[in-house]
Design a protein around this ligand. Structure first.
Ligand SMILES: C[S@@+](CC[C@H](N)C(=O)[O-])C[C@H]1O[C@@H](n2cnc3c(N)ncnc32)[C@H](O)[C@@H]1O
Length: 284
């Protein structure tokens, strides 16, 4: 720090200071480091946030990424994103009730649910499957956009969480559309195949036992028609899949599943960094 009054930008990345310089008056400190003037529009905390916004958010810019400024969602940006999600009132109530329960971190986020509903609508899906209901947030999001006569076969092994889900299906008026299958999902899917339901579904969402992903996928690939879509949740697994030092059973199985999917010519794929990561697969 200099011995005279001066502008101090030690907390500002020079690139960011340049980019944002039109938007604020800098902090001026005395020789002893006492603030003698503050920005006109921002207090120092806000200013710090402004200065950090770009550096916190843009996570990749170099030529490995074609100099594309790739962003990562920080809390402030995520709040903004959520403020732009159209979450139906009934889903909000279910999400808030679930938030008081054990395991609430398992439910998909509002932006994920909106994407699922959007995919179902784009596909014009009438016959859907969900693997892993919990209290019903994602299944209700799908059921709400199904057309008259549409059906969602939803698999869950935990009867207690199903009580919440069923109550919300009822309240939302979609009970007729959701066929709940209590039991192990793989068994339910096998039975559906044995019953001749192969290639008759338009859409499936997988959000249950991570070690079973490959099995669920193989079964669902038989149940979904050509052109149908299978969405898999948690494919980024809190970032652990990209960390070679993490090798617990769940991480390894998701990592292997992702690698297999990359080489699987039976589907087109798109891995999307939404929520905990989702891969959208379209059956060829
Ligand atoms: C991540 S949660 C599902 C969250 C849900 N999609 C939502 O948005 O609220 C996973 C659910 O899968 C269920 N589950 C786990 N293994 C299962 C299995 N083998 N068969 C059926 N359900 C299973 C769990 O009981 C749990 O409720």
């Amino acid at each position: 720090m200099s011995g005279s009054l001066g502008v101090v930008q030690r907390w500002v990345n020079p690139l960011v200071a340049f980019r944002t310089s039109r938007h604020f008056n800098p902090v001026v400190l005395s020789a002893r480091g006492v603030i003698v003037s503050r920005p006109i529009y921002y207090n120092t905390k806000v200013l710090q946030c402004v200065a950090n916004t770009v550096t916190d958010t843009v996570v990749a810019t170099d030529d490995s990424y074609g100099h594309k400024e790739v962003i990562s969602v920080n809390p402030r940006l995520y709040d903004y994103l959520l403020a732009n999600v159209r979450e139906p009132e009934i889903l909000r109530e279910l999400r808030e009730e679930t938030a008081t329960m054990r395991g609430s971190q398992m439910q998909v986020s509002p932006d994920q649910a909106q994407l699922l509903a959007m995919l179902v609508q784009i596909l014009g899906a009438e016959r859907c499957i969900e693997v892993g209901i919990y209290t019903g947030y994602s299944s209700l999001a799908v059921a709400l956009v199904l057309p008259e006569g549409g059906q969602l076969v939803a698999c869950e092994r935990d009867a207690k969480s199903l009580e919440v889900a069923s109550r919300y299906y009822e309240r939302a008026g979609v009970s007729e559309k959701v066929k709940v299958k209590l039991g192990l999902a793989a068994d339910t899917l096998k039975t559906m195949i044995q019953n001749g339901e192969g290639s008759s579904y338009d859409f499936a969402f997988v959000d249950a036992e991570k070690k079973m992903y490959q099995d669920y996928f193989e079964l669902l690939l038989q149940l979904v028609r050509v052109g149908g879509v299978i969405v898999i949740d948690n494919v980024l697994w809190h970032g652990r899949v990209a960390d070679p030092l993490v090798n617990d059973l769940k991480t390894v199985s998701i990592r292997n599943f992702n690698r297999n999917l990359m080489e699987d010519n039976r589907v087109s794929i798109s891995m999307v960094p939404i929520g905990d990561g989702m891969t959208i697969c379209r059956k060829r």
